[in-house]
Design a protein around this ligand. Structure first.
Ligand code: KMT
Ligand code: NI
Length: 171
């Protein structure tokens, strides 16, 4: 895992967009974003148990796995959105970026590779992309029935109760 401020430059979303300014892990934690290095799946099982997760699945995001819908999928993952539930992703292979909004509404880019696990709190605005290698395999964990419908950012999500509760946790 490496976190840094997004450079806001034009260019493909899969480029590094690295401003060179690091974001320390405690700042991520202040946004409610938690990071764990999990070389062993038993650590993941423990985190899932502690946080009352009941379900998981595995997804491969790549042209090989998705075929012609890959480019559309990658674009849709990159739409800024929130969820009404926490989101956990555990990377098994390849690499990708989760961008999360800071308190001042700037983008923090989080690069994740194999054995990285991230917890994104309910209500945080975020987006995802693969990197230039166009390949990531990840386990998606969810607390209950999959309630991870992405709610794209707009006037409705700004007043969503999960958004409001989230903002209270970062105030
Ligand atoms: C997400 O939350 O955008 C995804 O699940 C993308 C694939 S998982 C790396
Ligand atoms: Ni999401």
């Amino acid at each position: 895992m490496r976190a840094y401020w997004y450079d806001n430059q034009e260019g493909d979303q899969r480029l590094t967009h690295d401003s060179g300014r690091e974001v320390p892990e405690p700042y991520l934690a202040s946004l409610g974003v938690l990071y764990y290095h999990c070389p062993d799946v038993s650590t993941v099982d423990q985190i899932a148990k502690d946080r009352h997760y009941k379900n998981r699945d595995e997804i491969t995001v790549s042209p090989g796995a998705m075929g012609e819908i890959y480019e559309d999928k990658v674009k849709s993952f990159f739409h800024e959105h929130l969820h009404e539930d926490e989101e956990i992703r555990y990377i098994r292979d390849g690499a990708g970026y989760f961008d999360v909004r800071s308190k001042d509404d700037a983008w923090v880019r989080i690069r994740l590779v194999k054995d990285d696990l991230i917890v994104l709190p309910a209500g945080i605005y975020h987006r995802f992309t693969t990197d230039e290698n166009n390949y990531i395999k990840a386990v998606r964990l969810f607390q209950d029935e999959p309630k991870w419908t992405p709610l794209n950012r707009g006037p409705d999500t700004d007043v969503n109760i999960h958004r409001k509760s989230y903002l209270q946790t970062t105030a």
